[in-house]
Design a binder for this molecule. Structure first.
Ligand code: PPS
Length: 419
């Protein structure tokens, strides 16, 4: 009687329905928590061992990935429609005073676009971390499910490993192919690298080594910590500073034909400042005499022998590896083999990891680090260069020839830029 009275009263009926819904939610939550405390084996769904994420988190991760993909799509469309490609999206800016990726510009709003290859990982990690924080806040999660994400975007077991100062650095050269090398190296399980350019030894040195160490990902015994900042190669103070950190630091320099490097450098600046003078007028101090303006950084950076001299005051040649930017494109596995040897690592990255993407016109990874999908570098890598008058190109070739010869002699490798 009492029940039918309650049921016929609309207010009570509504309260009763709400009570039922709450009860169901409570039961579902309890069931999930039960599973999370390792008592529910049926839900366990292992994913890649390297990611250290299992069971519930695997599906959680997948969900977040697809969410992230949608967000990236939205972001891309927005920036394409709106302010153009080269304006940084503040949502993706996260490490102040650290370079957003590849360009020698800080994150002060004047820089170029954040490298999407890098930001995508970072954003995913943040999403995952937020989700994990929420779940962990329920205080019912087994410790074996706890994971940590770091500045590399990789997942590592929480508390495992320590942040170490880098043992190896990609110090240059700007526009040499440094991003490609770092992205390829990150596939190696024994390499942990910071995605952004820290610019510690040129712009942020006053912050101190502890600040620098904090940027590094956690590593386990035997793993190599790395970062890349291409401007180090041409920074006068960098060799002394790096040597003061550790005289054993291994240095990697990706070099590329200085003429195409200069044009690539100019192309990047042009993409940000379309009103700059032409390449030709910036190249020459005096067009009639053909005198090259060596104070222009695009020209200056390519005098590799001069910069190398500075490094040799502090580091022996055996501690510096030169990677050919051209071969990194024509034979990435070959160059990566040399780098792995140099770092004392097993040759894990091989031909099998690459495919040539016809549309991109560059080698790409069959599977990017931490993903099962093919991965090419972003749109800021492999830009179309403006046409430069052949006479100007020839004049530049003549200019660089003696410096290149000296560089071949110093390094013991003929890079073939004068053919
Ligand atoms: N696999 C692959 N995919 C795309 N691009 C590749 C690759 N390998 C090397 N490169 C060349 O890398 C050039 C950019 O060099 P960096 O990454 O060192 O540039 S930066 O200094 O960090 O801005 C970039 O220069 P541009 O072609 O002038 O854009 C590329 O030629």
């Amino acid at each position: 009687m009492a029940f039918s009275r309650v049921y016929s009263d609309p207010l009570s009926r509504c309260i009763f329905k709400k009570f039922l819904v709450m009860l169901c939610s409570l039961l579902t939550s309890l069931y999930l928590l039960h599973c999370l405390t390792e008592r529910c084996s049926s839900m366990s769904m292992p994913v890649k061992a390297s990611s250290q994420v299992v069971g519930f988190f695997a599906s959680e991760l997948d969900g977040l990935r697809s969410l992230r993909r949608k967000r990236i799509q939205k972001w891309t469309t927005r920036s394409k429609l709106g302010s153009g490609y080269d304006r940084p999206d503040t949502k993706l800016v996260r490490l102040s005073r650290i370079d957003n990726a590849d360009t020698g510009h800080g994150l002060d709003g004047t820089g170029p676009p954040v490298d999407r290859d890098y930001s995508e990982n970072q954003e995913l990690s943040r999403d995952l971390q937020l989700s994990l924080n929420y779940i962990v806040s329920l205080k019912r999660v087994s410790p074996r499910f706890l994971v940590n994400t770091d500045s590399t975007g990789k997942l590592s077991p929480l508390g495992e490993g320590t942040k170490k100062l880098p043992q190896a650095l990609i110090i240059g050269v700007k526009k040499g192919g440094t991003r490609a090398l770092l992205e390829f190296l990150r596939v190696h399980p024994d390499i942990r690298a910071v995605g952004a350019e820290p610019h510690f030894f040129d712009r942020n040195y006053e912050n101190g080594l502890e600040w620098y160490r904090e940027l590094m990902p956690k590593t386990l015994e035997g793993q190599v910590t790395m970062e890349k900042t291409p401007s180090y190669f041409v920074t006068r103070e960098a060799p002394a500073r790096i040597s003061a950190m550790s005289r054993d630091t291994k240095l990697i320099v990706v070099v590329r034909d200085p003429v195409t490097r200069a044009i690539s450098d100019y192309t990047q600046t042009l993409s940000k400042k379309p009103d700059i003078p032409s390449f030709t007028s910036l190249t020459f101090k005096n067009r009639t005499t053909g005198l090259i303006d060596t104070s222009w950084s695009a020209i200056q950076i390519g005098i590799y022998a001069k910069h190398l001299d500075n490094w040799l005051q502090y580091f022996p040649m055996e501690q510096i590896l030169f990677v050919s930017g051209e071969r990194l494109i024509s034979d990435p596995a070959g160059e990566l083999g040399r780098v792995q040897d140099f770092l004392g690592l097993k040759r894990i990255i091989t031909d099998k990891h690459f495919y040539f993407n016809q549309t991109k016109g560059f080698p790409c990874l069959k599977k990017a680090e931490g993903s099962s999908k093919p991965h090419c570098l972003g749109k800021t890598k492999g830009r179309t260069h403006p046409n430069i008058h052949p006479e100007v190109v020839q004049r530049l070739r003549d200019f660089y020839r003696p410096f290149n010869m000296k560089f071949y002699q110093m390094t013991g490798r003929i890079f073939g830029w004068n053919d």
